[in-house]
Design a protein. Structure first.
Length: 62
């Protein structure tokens, strides 16, 4: 069971790193070009987009 949990944590860490890079890219584009408007709703949706795969991976691997 511990090995499964360690594996899930490492996969979720990779997802977090990818999420950070994508959010930095979006923020950079938003600041440099002003083309993207970031509302509170879009930020919540962005968080849900990354939380759902983490939940699915966690439930499927444990």
């Amino acid at each position: 069971m511990c090995e499964k949990i360690i594996h899930v944590r490492s996969v979720n860490t990779m997802i977090v790193v990818i999420s950070i890079f994508v959010s930095l890219l979006i923020a950079t584009l938003s600041i440099l070009f002003g083309a993207l408007t970031l509302s509170s709703l879009s930020i919540v949706i962005y968080q849900l987009v990354w939380m759902i795969p983490m939940l699915i991976i966690s439930l499927s691997l444990i």
